[in-house]
Design a protein around this ligand. Structure first.
Ligand SMILES: [Zn+2]
Ligand SMILES: [Zn+2]
Length: 256
């Protein structure tokens, strides 16, 4: 396969690995963002399974560096969040978002969204979609108590403005979706929330075996984690075995 269209190809653009010819030394994150955007557009023409395999391989190998790059560049959708928003459904990414050392990331992204609020008004729809879809995933998987209340209330007023750009349907309306995740209204029946949560967390907080919905192991303890990728979880050995023919294509050795 074309090296450009591989996990290593993304890592080359990010300068996590050497490339041939070597990348110029003065390449900026903005440059990288333009190239990555081109890669993403081509990836999206590939079958979903092939895309997912590349995403998983990249995440397994380069997630810590990518998260570090995300921390270092304060722009709301610099090259690192751009890549991460594309691979946000990978168990590797989601599992990392549950780790204690990463619990500040939703708060960080909320702050950056507010800092960019004025620019966001003028953004094209697909750029707004990307920012809000990524934010929604972070708000879903990370605890909102780590986000300052003052930031959340300003964000809610901004989301009210942005939600006018979407259809009324709650599931399609990414701005409304973020608002619901912040306010978590108990009285309102948010019938899409459990099924969406289930979809996102399948294999990360719920046993990965297709028909299983267990969130604990058979003995009531924590789910068993695949020892190779350390990201995908199972309620029992039998379900891990049954799922292996599917999982093996997405299972890459990782240290965390
Ligand atoms: Zn199971
Ligand atoms: Zn695995």
């Amino acid at each position: 396969m074309d090296r450009f269209l591989s996990a290593e190809g993304i890592a080359e653009v990010m300068s996590f690995v050497a490339s041939t010819p070597p990348a110029p030394e003065d390449v900026t994150d903005e440059h990288r963002g333009v190239i990555i955007n081109g890669q993403i557009l081509i990836f999206r023409t590939m079958p979903q399974r092939a895309q997912m395999i590349i995403h998983c391989e990249y995440a397994a190998k380069y997630l810590p560096q990518t998260i570090q790059r995300w921390r270092n560049n304060s722009s709301v959708m610099s090259v690192a969040p751009l890549i991460l928003s594309e691979i946000q459904w990978c168990p590797y990414f989601l599992h990392a978002m549950f780790r204690a050392c990463n619990q500040d990331l939703a708060a960080m992204q909320v702050k950056r969204t507010l800092d960019a609020a004025e620019a966001i008004e003028g953004m094209k729809q697909d750029e707004l979609d990307r920012i809000l879809e990524f934010l929604a995933t972070l708000l879903l998987v990370q605890d909102r108590k780590d986000i300052p209340e003052s930031d959340l209330s300003v964000l809610l007023t901004k989301l009210k403005i942005w939600q006018r750009r979407y259809p009324d349907d709650l599931e399609q309306n990414l701005a409304k979706r973020c608002s619901v995740l912040i306010t978590r209204p108990p009285a309102l029946t948010i019938d899409w929330l459990p099924s969406w949560r289930h979809r996102v967390l399948k294999g990360v907080e719920l046993c990965a075996e297709v028909r299983c919905i267990q969130s604990v192991a058979g003995d009531g303890g924590p789910l068993l984690r695949c020892s190779r990728c350390k990201s995908t979880v199972y309620c029992c050995r039998e379900h891990q075995k049954a799922h292996w023919p599917t999982h093996k294509a997405y299972c890459f050795k990782t240290e965390q």
